[in-house]
Design a protein. Structure first.
Length: 119
């Protein structure tokens, strides 16, 4: 399966962005999909993920109430709606897909998209 993340850019603090992760080459509805980010000099961290069914979601404490993950099976796309952005949200954002129960490291990863939040 191949993933393509897009939608990053430069935004002022308090603004919004919507990231998209287009998934191809597999049965989209079979996969859990997650968003991760890596800031300069920091380790990669999980931001949010959504189960294959679209029913269960996870959010990191740092983004709860600000970010929303959505899965559109008709478009084979997962979105990350990011509101009330903060400078500390600046990072390269990656999406990944994995079979339920498998670790993300065993899944497929796309190239990242850079999000820069200015203060």
């Amino acid at each position: 399966v191949q993933l393509q993340a897009s939608g990053g850019g430069l935004v002022q603090a308090g603004g919004s962005l919507r990231l998209s992760c287009a998934v191809s080459g597999g049965t989209f509805s079979n996969y859990d999909v997650g968003w991760f980010r890596q800031a300069p000099g920091k380790e990669r961290e999980s931001v949010a993920d959504i189960a294959w069914s679209g029913g269960n979601t996870y959010y990191a404490d740092s983004v709860k109430g600000r970010f929303t993950i959505l899965k559109d099976n008709a478009k084979n796309t997962v979105y990350l709606q990011m509101n009330s952005l903060k400078p500390e949200d600046t990072a390269v954002y990656y999406c990944a897909a994995s079979f339920p129960g498998n670790s993300w490291e065993r899944g497929s990863w796309g190239r990242g998209t850079l999000v820069t939040v200015s203060s």
